[in-house]
Design a protein around this ligand. Sequence first.
Ligand SMILES: Nc1ncnc2c1ncn2[C@@H]1O[C@H](COP(=O)(O)OP(=O)(O)OP(=O)(O)O)[C@@H](O)[C@H]1O
Ligand SMILES: [Mg+2]
Length: 463
Amino acid sequence: MTGTLLSTSDFALAFSKFVENMNGMAPSSFNPFAERLRAHFGVDDLTTLVVLDRPFPPRDRTTVELALREMVRARGRASDLVAPTAASLFLPTFFDLVAEQPPGYPPVRLAAVERVVLPLPDGESLSCVKLGAYLVAGTAGERFVAHVSKHDVGLDKSLVVSFVARDLEQTQSLVAEFDGLLRDRSVHRGQVLSLDGSEDLGVQYHNFPIVRREDLVLPDRVIITLERLVVGYSRHAARLSGHKHHRRRGVLLHGRPGTGKTLIAKYLSRAIPGLTTFFLTGCGIRQLAETCALARRLQPSLVVLEDVDLIAAERANNDRSALLFELLNQMDGVGEDADITFLLTSNRPEVLEPALAARPGRIDATIELPLPDADARSRLIDLYASGLDCVLDDREAILTRTKGASPAFIRELVRRAALLAAEESMVGAIRIGDRSYQDALDELLVASGPFAKSLLGLHEADS
Ligand SMILES: Nc1ncnc2c1ncn2[C@@H]1O[C@H](COP(=O)(O)OP(=O)(O)OP(=O)(O)O)[C@@H](O)[C@H]1O
Ligand SMILES: [Mg+2]
């Protein structure tokens, strides 16, 4: 170093680094959050406060938010929401935020409250506090804090509400009050939803149009059996309980594509008030464990696992059935006493057979949705042409040509026939006659090869 002279700009740089380091090493004693708490509780030593953590699955964030909003306003309480942060700490706990930061670390600051906007079942959304502390003041000197934060260790990514008060008894009674507000109340109850992979959004509500019984063209025995399995146990739960029968049930619903598996699952999802339905498809299967836990909490529940053959066919650990076994184990895991129906749908049940045979007792019923016979095809035409002016002189001819067609195919046929009829008349009411149907069938059948036919839902009929 001797004799080396720094240039002015190098000196300026070195000096500013020196000042920065000195700043960092100075004790960062002022903690605005700790000051607010001292004033709030009227205590000097914050370590005398009692903290109780209440963890929740992140999917419960909207329910927790609504309950917290209610609690901090209850019985004349007033609250202030602040957001303490410490840039140096990853996921600080409540005590981290009030403790003195070591020299050299950025101090605790009060920042803007971080919120996340999440969907509600009615299509509205709710902005939920992600990180923040409610400083609550009630009547008769009541003081407490409800601190919302998160816990993120490995797979455990819970949302945590920490209740803070002057003594254990008060803190415990706050937790009890909060649990009371949450009891039997969940934003998800009675809804049709899917859990998705994202940590924050997490829940998707399905508000599809209500499927009425008259929208289903299926043999009565199929509908009655399914209703009995899904609804019957729940309806007679009180009288059936106490007997040595398991309440959890598993149903495999299979049939060719377009025969109404998804449609009937939608119908059943509205079968009893208060039933919570979970739809899982494809990669949603990764949320199965969490779905089962939620289904158990919100029972009676219906868990619809769509196209389970895809799961069986997925190669995992070189074992074609590994994921399916996992699925069956999860079904087992909810316990026999749970009022939950697992409705598995598939159009390739033969793929499932070995796995199901190896794990007996999970599936109580296997129900096939048949291709519609002539009478059912005729009813389907009437169903999908209702509201349209449709007069058929030779209905038989159309029924014969549609042998082997799925209900989905018939729906498409009526749509095409209506379109052709509309193009023909150009103005006025649409009138669909035999010609429109025959032309639509030509378009759908003649112009398409065998692959397109099966895609459209025209199968080799048995009858
Ligand atoms: N049994 C039925 N009664 C009345 N309409 C039906 C019926 N089956 C299917 N449809 C009509 O076809 C559409 C598609 O049917 P859906 O999606 O339920 O078939 P799927 O059996 O689930 O087929 P995939 O195996 O391809 O999933 C339905 O939305 C409905 O409009
Ligand atoms: Mg389907």
